[in-house]
Design a protein around this ligand. Structure first.
Ligand SMILES: *Cc1c(COP(=O)(O)O)cnc(C)c1O
Length: 219
């Protein structure tokens, strides 16, 4: 199927209030342009270098989301233009984003990435760390960022109950923090599990291969 058909199929499955982040990592600028022309404006990349190569070649009204682990020494490259950093996984990183955001006279939107998967390898804050960081934010410690919500990735498994349990855990944390200060975004779900994520309360999904096709990491 073509990118266009894939995109329409995904869009048709999303309730109108659910934001789609089109994850374009490894895919060429031409493919991103094609999806842009279908009306999509929010795109996600997981590597700073790849984003820096693509960004100048594409329309300036794209809202770029960084969705992969971000090293503090690379924040300065994306701070002038990034719309949202979804992958805040340490206080140190949040401090650095706050600093670079101030330098650029901006307020960068961020999501706290919370570890919900059973797998060891996934980046993210423990739930207790995320809550503690959010409290510091409420006390005014990071005035140049706006924490707009939470992001999480479920375990890569066929076991839908496991995935559901993890998503519901994050929804619980979201509801709890949302009582302290209104949060906009609960980012959960990818190509394989976004319907489950939406059923569990996600209002933003990050979909890559179901739109752009399989990724080729060989080059
Ligand atoms: C690659 C990636 C996605 C998209 O994955 P697909 O399975 O291709 O939809 C979503 N979120 C993050 C954090 C990713 O790195």
């Amino acid at each position: 199927m073509s990118i266009k058909e894939n995109y329409q199929i995904i869009k048709n499955q999303l309730p109108s209030e659910v934001q789609l982040v089109a994850v374009s990592k490894t895919h060429p600028v031409s493919a991103i342009q094609e999806v842009y022309e279908l009306g999509q404006r929010v795109f996600g990349e997981n590597k700073v270098q790849e984003l820096m190569e693509k960004y100048p070649l594409l329309p300036q009204d794209i809202q770029w989301h960084l969705i992969g682990h971000l090293q503090t020494n690379k924040v300065k490259y994306i701070a002038p233009f990034i719309d949202t950093i979804q992958s805040v996984d340490s206080e140190r990183l949040l401090n650095e984003i706050n600093k670079e955001s101030r330098k650029n006279n901006r307020v960068i939107k961020v999501l706290l990435q919370v570890k919900i998967a059973a797998e060891e390898s996934k980046f993210g804050l423990e739930i207790s760390e995320a809550k503690a960081l959010f409290l510091q934010y409420l006390e005014g410690k990071f005035p140049h960022v706006e924490i707009t919500g939470l992001m999480g990735m479920a375990t890569f498994t066929e076991d839908e109950q496991q995935v559901k349990k993890e998503f519901l855990t994050l929804k619980g944390v979201f509801d709890e923090l949302n009582q302290l200060k209104t949060l906009k975004t609960l980012s959960m779900g990818m190509s394989d599990d976004f319907p489950v994520a939406i059923a569990c309360g996600a209002n933003s999904v990050r979909v890559g291969s179901a739109i752009f096709g399989r990724r080729d990491y060989s080059q």
